[in-house]
Unconditional design. Structure first.
Length: 266
């Protein structure tokens, strides 16, 4: 369990960032579910709950999720059901249970770049940007490759397109961390294939996505070839949940299923 010596509830993002960067151990507080698993001693916890960041808003061209929106908000939001075949509600729906998802936040889930993240894998297959108070706005893949630095993630922006998407994940048991996560999407001939829990963080299988650019029908042979390329181009590792070889084999299976699901969409 972590120790909090002080809690600050700033009224502006400017103050929140100032307090966060005043001392090395000062830390942003999301739902605190993950922080609770550690034994950190925190000088000042920066609670963002007075900053109006608990929202999911649909605009003309995008859907914005504030940092303090919960994964349960993502799971139940009507706009997120309407777009991308509901891939975001589907991806978060297997994380532990409803009470847990009512607590954990969008900002922490994305900022922390957990390798096992169901949510990030699904976001990677869409046209997603993140906004950091200090670092500004950038695409999610760029954020994922960035060096870790103290900042406050204020919102996640998903551009509304006619992308069709599908999500697949493999777990040893229902509420466990995933062994592998896969999200695939298609906007005409622009495919994205994201694979996470390898067990490291989600990455796009760029070569596999290129194989799907046929200018016409995507046959089952092409789907099989793209799934094989994805399994070969991405690195996999071993942890207590599965070996690298197992993950590679399952990558082939899950990517194939997800592409087939998207290819079958009207
Ligand atoms: C037991 C357990 C099992 C889990 N299983 C899964 C799973 O199967 N799949 C899955 O996808 N996820 C899983 N998660 C992760 C979970 O979904 C959340 O992503 C995680 O708990 C972080 O959310 P939180 O709000 O609790 O963050 P906190 O614990 O509050 O914070 C986590 C970190 O994020 C930082 N932070 C918080 N908010 C911000 C912000 N706005 N900007 C910058 N930094 C911030 C904090 O300083 C801290 O370092 C699991 C977590 C736990 C504890």
């Amino acid at each position: 369990m972590f120790i909090l010596n002080n809690v600050a509830q700033p009224d502006t993002l400017h103050d929140a960032y100032r307090i966060l960067t005043e001392k090395k151990s000062n830390t942003v507080l999301g739902g605190c579910a993950y922080l609770r698993m550690g034994s950190q001693i925190i000088h000042t916890g920066v609670d963002l709950s007075k900053l109006g960041l608990h929202y999911i808003k649909e605009a003309d061209d995008c859907i914005e999720m504030g940092a303090m929106a919960t994964l349960r908000d993502v799971e139940t939001n009507p706009a997120l059901f309407k777009y991308f075949n509901g891939v975001l509600p589907k991806a978060v729906g297997s994380i532990i249970g409803v009470q847990f998802r009512n607590v954990v936040t969008v900002g922490a889930s994305v900022f922390s770049r957990y390798g096992f993240s169901d949510f990030i894998t699904a976001l990677m297959a869409l046209d997603t940007e993140v906004e950091l108070y200090h670092g500004g706005r950038m695409t999610l893949p760029r954020f994922m490759d960035r060096r870790r630095a103290k900042d406050i993630l204020t919102k996640v922006i998903v551009h509304k397109t006619n992308r069709q998407a599908a999500y697949q994940a493999l777990r040893n048991s229902k509420s466990d961390y995933p062994i592998l996560t896969v999200a695939v999407s298609r906007l005409e001939d622009d495919w994205k294939i994201a694979v996470g829990a390898r067990p490291t963080r989600a990455r796009l299988a760029v070569q596999a996505a290129k194989r799907l650019v046929t200018g016409g029908t995507v046959t089952s042979d092409v789907i099989g070839q793209a799934a094989q390329i994805a399994a070969e181009e991405l690195p996999f590792g071993t942890n207590m949940r599965g070996s690298a070889e197992y993950r590679r084999a399952m990558c082939h299976v899950l990517v194939k299923r997800a592409i087939a699901e998207v290819a079958a969409c009207k």
